[in-house]
Design a binder for this molecule. Structure first.
Ligand code: FAD
Length: 287
């Protein structure tokens, strides 16, 4: 099923993100994660793509597992360190597995000494165009409520976002954010610039202290409201309390987003089905 049809027929849409195993041996655990998550009332599930194509094989395998669980899969795909041929091969593999949705991303250069980029893609918009030409896929793209770190300001970043829509992107998934006001400001500006495709909001529940640094890196410096940093300060030495508070913060954020008519919520599950289950358990009537 194509995700654009889900957005057309359902409001709000609930989705989860998982990541593929770092080593082949971890596949069974990811398979179980997918199975557990698929029991929840989720509309689609996405699977990430390792920098430089490091997970190209396992991303396809996990996407196939998601499809088998009866949930539509969204396979991430990056282009900056790939040739057009490599991208085409990955797209064909996804098609063979019945995957109909791709999140088209630029990606970042892998941190490998001596890596020489092929320079065949510069921006995600070029990848979106190539995938759309095949005519087989619904294509999503990334957006950044607090501006992408490489861009000098939000207005320019939104101009570039509009190019992604013009190249055929069907929907957008936001970078994680912890301050809903930042998202509302971004949404207003994007709409003013003619962005009309659905924007689903990325929520990362904080569940352990070790995740804090990773969150800061992954989020590209998303601002942390005082309420959020106070919570971390208060509970970071008490794992169970921090997990509970982190889940409650995510629930609070989601209720506010849904009250403000967001088109969807995308939970970065960090491959922890129990966390997604707890969140959905208290707000399932909201979807
Ligand atoms: C929801 C989500 C999922 C992600 N999943 C993955 C993943 O699975 N694997 C992974 O490696 N990374 C992933 N990322 C990270 C992503 O690859 C990086 O943030 C990357 O730096 C930018 O990718 P993009 O697709 O947004 O790039 P682009 O849309 O190409 O934008 C990158 C930069 O270029 C600028 N730009 C775009 N077009 C133009 C133009 N025409 N002229 C001038 N400047 C322009 C933009 O303003 C921005 O600063 C994800 C990010 C998000 C938000």
């Amino acid at each position: 099923m194509k995700i654009r049809d889900i957005f057309e027929n359902k409001r709000p849409v609930l989705s989860f993100e998982v990541f593929p195993p770092k080593r082949e041996a971890g596949f069974e655990s990811v398979r179980k994660t997918v199975q557990e998550l698929s029991k929840l009332p989720v509309d689609y599930m996405s699977v990430t793509y390792g920098a430089g194509g490091s997970t190209s094989k396992t991303t396809v395998e996990v996407a196939e597992e998601i499809q088998k669980s009866g949930v539509p899969a969204l396979a991430h795909l990056t282009c900056i360190s790939s040739t057009k041929n490599e991208v085409q091969t990955q797209v064909e593999k996804l098609k063979e597995c019945g995957v109909e949705n791709i999140l088209a991303l630029r990606g970042d250069y892998p941190n490998i000494e001596g890596f020489v980029p092929p320079n065949e893609y510069r921006y995600a918009s070029e990848l979106i165009e190539d995938i759309k030409k095949t005519g087989d896929f619904c294509v999503g793209a990334a957006c950044y409520p607090e501006c992408h770190p490489d861009c000098d300001n939000l207005a320019n970043d939104i101009e570039h976002l509009k190019i992604k829509q013009d190249c055929g992107a069907d929907f957008l998934v936001t970078q994680m954010f912890f301050d809903n006001e930042a998202f509302y400001n971004f949404r207003n500006k994007a709409v003013q610039k003619g962005v009309t495709i659905p924007i689903t909001t990325g929520i990362m529940p904080l569940t352990n202290a070790g995740q804090i640094e990773k969150m800061c890196i992954l989020s590209g410096g998303a601002s942390m409201p005082a309420k959020f940093t106070r919570m971390i300060g208060k509970y970071q030495d008490s794992p169970e309390a921090l997990k509970q508070a982190g889940i409650a913060y995510a629930v609070d954020q989601i209720i506010d987003l849904l009250s403000n008519d967001v088109r969807g919520v995308h939970i970065y599950t960090m491959n922890k089905p129990d966390v997604a289950e707890k969140i959905v358990g208290v707000i399932n009537y909201l979807f």
